[in-house]
Design a protein around this ligand. Structure first.
Ligand SMILES: Nc1nc2c(ncn2[C@@H]2O[C@H](COP(=O)(O)OP(=O)(O)OP(=O)(O)O)[C@@H](O)[C@H]2O)c(=O)[nH]1
Length: 312
């Protein structure tokens, strides 16, 4: 086996094809010579993907990013990155090369990236293909906040419900429904534009704490959902508590530096026989209880918390 690994390793190192593997935290764990050279990575370095993209963007190298605001681009790209088993797309580098990139994702979040140089292939139809990719991206993105939209996140709830349940990972996962508190009052007092800024800030605050295996999306006005595959109710509670703390500290309105806001959360654990709709309604019912109990807090769906065997 060691010989096989050694030969594979040498092949990867000498191949012009770009090969890399990221772990579930989106940290680069392996990149062959071609990949390191295209993205300016030192041999022993293991950067996180967002840091790698950020530093290359500011050094004007690596991937071409066609967006005015890099951080907004990052939120919208990360909202869909590594959330489906396989995807393939065309991407270009600042040095003028075009790559055909494939991403294969395992259930534990590890991702294999393989890219080939297609600079010389069918350049004439490239614009059409790029327009198609942009249209696909737009159809899965919430326009205001840049995070996933209802359609994309609903498909991820369905993926989670179909996920493999094993001894190590006995749960399909949890669904959280988030709702910004007293949002109508925020709109009425500070204006719709500032209301929009609050929603954007909320998406940014939560997005920072979302793992790559999870999916966060906006499903309505001030309502958002978060899928947490293979996560127990107790783990879900800890993750969401950090989010509540993060949002409490945020001051999103520059001209109103004292303004702060909160949100409430309902969490439900997926159960055998659940559909996206039944799971969502239990989490939504829990959200309603969190609102009734005074807001700025989490309520766990009764059916989920009554089942100690499901708590990891
Ligand atoms: N600025 C802005 N407002 C929106 C958007 N979508 C929905 N809204 C507003 O969000 C408000 C939601 O208010 P409600 O559902 O009454 O809830 P709430 O005021 O947040 O109160 P609680 O949820 O009970 O804490 C409504 O006034 C909507 O008009 C949007 O994209 N931008």
């Amino acid at each position: 086996m060691n010989d096989l690994f050694q030969s594979l390793f040498q092949l990867f190192e000498s191949s012009p094809v770009l090969v890399a593997a990221y772990d579930g935290f989106d940290r680069l764990r392996y990149a062959n010579r071609a990949f390191r050279s295209a993205y300016f990575i030192e041999p022993e370095e293991m950067p996180f993907w967002p840091d790698l993209m950020r530093r290359n963007h500011y050094a004007e190298r690596g991937t071409v990013i066609r967006a005015e605001d890099f951080e907004e681009w990052l939120i919208s790209t990360q909202s869909r990155r590594g959330k489906v088993g396989f995807r393939a797309f065309e991407t270009d580098l600042v040095d003028g090369r075009w790559l055909w990139m494939t991403e294969t994702v395992q259930e534990d979040g590890w991702m294999l990236c393989i890219a080939t140089d297609v600079t010389d292939l069918k350049a004439s139809t490239r614009e059409v293909r790029q327009d198609r990719d942009l249209a696909i991206k737009a159809s899965y993105t919430d326009e205001l906040t840049g995070v996933a939209n209802r359609r994309f996140v609903t498909a991820r709830i369905e993926d989670m419900l179909q996920g493999q349940v094993t001894d190590e990972s006995p749960l399909p996962g949890c669904l959280c429904v988030f709702d910004v508190d007293h949002f109508k009052i925020i709109n009425d007092q500070y204006g719709h534009h500032n209301g929009d800024l609050v929603l954007k800030d909320f998406a940014k605050c939560i997005h920072r704490l979302v793992r790559r295996t999870d999916c966060f999306g906006r499903v309505g006005g001030e309502e958002f959902v978060l899928t947490l595959p293979a996560t127990s109710i107790e783990q879900a509670r800890l993750i969401v508590e950090r989010m509540l703390v993060g949002v409490r500290k945020s001051r999103p309105l520059k001209d109103r530096p004292d303004f702060k806001y909160t949100f409430s959360v309902g969490i439900a654990a997926a159960q055998v026989g659940d559909t996206a709709i039944s799971l969502f309604s239990r989490a939504d019912r829990a959200l309603y209880r969190a609102k009734l109990a005074g807001r700025d807090q989490i309520h766990i769906d009764d059916a989920s918390s009554d089942r100690p065997s499901q708590i990891g």
